[in-house]
Design a protein around this ligand. Structure first.
Ligand SMILES: Nc1ncnc2c1ncn2[C@@H]1O[C@H](COP(=O)(O)OP(=O)(O)O)[C@@H](O)[C@H]1O
Ligand SMILES: [Mg+2]
Length: 346
């Protein structure tokens, strides 16, 4: 008789994805091609997730589906466990949204903008002045304004605000109902560098304070590099997905340039030993950094030139962005890199 099987070690509670996007397709009415063309990704609770891509890549369209502004053409999208197509109201309760174009009423004070939002979300009854609003609402406004560093300004008309302040106010407003997930569509576009920096510091605070999951779109690579994971999309398709380190390892190919006084002998030797090379002048060997030493030791022809090249992530990103769209019917989107985020190469 067989021994009783050892009971399995109970599963560690795995963090359930807070957003699951599977095979999302969106085609606008009358459009010749899909704006979003089979996009899939997950976002973990508390994660800072960046959708990176050039103009027209499909970022706003994706965010609009995730925030129930647009219905998907096909595919499935769950946000905080709710299907965006079937349970839009529940999704909206779980999400805060910062749109690409500002949506504040400039004639109202900052607090009045926040108040109308709170009333709209059913968080508080409408009262004609801040003083008459319920204590809970007032405390929340003070708390958020404090974090934002716009304590006094919160009672000033929005038209006196700088671009950076307006953005912060929109973020404050969207946090008033304590959303689990904050969606931000290109929040730093149009801001000067110092406002951009201060907005980023603020987003960092929001994230650390409340453990809010953040999904942000950007076309700035250096912003995406600060995220936990990056999803690069171009022409409505995912071209790379993972930690910044992993995306970098995926995209960036190190190479070695070598040359010898007797180039013919060098070529002959490389061919003989099965080392692939390219180039008419100095020869290019596509060599991972870890292999450089081994490759150089193996070459016997005297070399007079040895250069290692590591393209920057910026180079790699530009190269991807400038690639033309795959023709229609070109088959499924480029395969995603296999999982294993934790073993990302540095
Ligand atoms: N309302 C719309 N109707 C038709 N096509 C649209 C509409 N909005 C966006 N598009 C097209 O969908 C594609 C993706 O756009 P968008 O999601 O705005 O990209 P991104 O936010 O990355 O710049 C683009 O080709 C754009 O022209
Ligand atoms: Mg956009």
């Amino acid at each position: 008789m067989e021994a009783e099987p050892v009971p399995p070690i109970p599963n560690q509670p795995t963090a359930e994805a807070v957003i699951t996007v599977e095979g999302l397709v969106k085609r606008y009415r009358g459009a010749a091609a899909n704006a979003v063309d089979g996009v899939s990704f997950d976002v973990a609770p508390g994660e800072f997730f960046a959708l990176l891509g050039p103009n027209g890549a499909g970022k706003t369209t994706t965010i609009s589906v995730l925030t129930t502004t647009l219905l998907p053409t096909s595919g499935s999208v769950l946000v905080a466990g709710h299907d965006v197509a079937r349970d839009a109201a529940a999704v909206r309760r779980a999400a805060g949204i910062i749109f690409q174009s500002p949506s504040l009423d400039l004639n109202l004070t900052a607090e009045e903008n926040v108040r109308f939002h709170a009333v709209l979300y059913g968080l508080a009854p409408m009262r004609p002045t801040f003083a008459l609003m319920p204590a809970g609402y007032k405390a929340r406004v003070h708390e958020l304004a404090e974090v934002l560093g716009i304590r006094e300004a919160v009672f000033h008309p929005v038209r006196t605000f700088s671009g950076g302040m307006k953005r912060k106010l929109e973020i404050l407003r969207s946090l008033i109902h304590r959303p689990r997930i904050l969606f931000l569509d290109e929040p730093t576009t149009g801001l000067d560098p110092s406002s951009r920096r201060s907005l980023w510091q603020y987003l960092e605070t929001v994230r650390q304070d409340g453990g809010t999951t953040m999904v942000l779109t950007t076309h700035y690579l250096e912003e995406a590099e600060k995220a936990d994971r990056i999803c690069i999309i171009t022409h409505g398709r995912v071209v790379s997905l993972g930690t910044p380190a992993r995306v970098k390892a995926d995209l960036v190919q190190n190479y070695l340039l070598v040359d010898a006084a007797d180039r013919a002998a060098l070529k002959a030797e490389l061919s003989r030993s099965g080392m692939a090379f390219s180039g008419d002048g100095p020869l290019r060997l596509d060599t991972p950094a870890a292999d450089v030493h081994r490759v150089l030791r193996a070459i016997e022809t005297p070399l007079h030139l040895v250069q290692t090249h590591t393209p920057t992530l910026e180079d790699a990103y530009l190269e991807i962005v400038e690639r033309p769209a795959a023709p229609d019917g070109a088959g499924p989107p480029a395969p995603l890199p296999a999982g294993g985020e934790s073993e990302a190469a540095a």
